[in-house]
Write a protein that binds this ligand. Structure first.
Ligand code: UDP
Ligand code: MG
Length: 149
């Protein structure tokens, strides 16, 4: 089953958006299989955003992500990678559609509340970076037959 990595960034945690964000994925019908509060090290943040290391915003981004705790999560479901990104909205909250997390709660590209993996392969890399295998839980939600045909 497809999995994605999501993280409520330090601004989302400080602004008390953790519950609201988890609620959106829970009520959508995705399955939570990993969850932890973690204050990322610089090494973890730099690894996570390695693809952006030549970009002008990289240093500020790493400072921001390491500035406080983040809520790291793994969610599972058919098509969860792309769907989770749609629920997040565009990178810049000012252009993100209303109804998306960034569209509803953000006002600045450098404070856009949540991270979500952009592809299945990226998700696998990010899950392995943030979680040990034993931290991921296999379980059977009792509502499955009401969410999936
Ligand atoms: N970012 C930024 N300024 C920019 C572009 C990106 O601060 O001009 C930050 C922002 O937090 C974004 C992250 O860098 O979420 C990663 O950028 P990416 O283009 O991968 O956006 P995402 O995949 O998060 O939508
Ligand atoms: Mg990205």
């Amino acid at each position: 089953m497809e999995r994605t990595f999501l993280a409520v960034k330090p601004d989302g945690v400080q602004r008390h958006l953790v519950g609201e964000i988890i609620r959106r994925y829970e009520t959508k019908g995705f399955k939570l299989v990993g969850l932890k509060l973690i204050h990322p090290t610089r090494e973890l943040a730099e690894n996570h955003y390695a693809v952006h290391k030549e970009r002008p915003f990289f240093a500020g981004l790493v400072d921001f992500i390491t500035s406080g705790p983040v809520v790291a999560m793994v969610w599972e479901g058919d098509g969860v990678v792309a769907s989770a990104r749609k629920i997040i909205g565009a990178t810049n909250p000012l252009t993100a559609e209303p109804g998306t997390i960034r569209g509803d709660f953000g006002a600045n590209i450098g404070r856009n509340i949540i991270h979500g993996s952009d592809a299945i392969e990226t998700a696998q890399t990010e899950i392995a970076l943030w979680f040990n295998p034993e931290e991921l839980v296999s379980w059977t939600p009792s509502l499955t037959s009401w969410v999936y045909e």
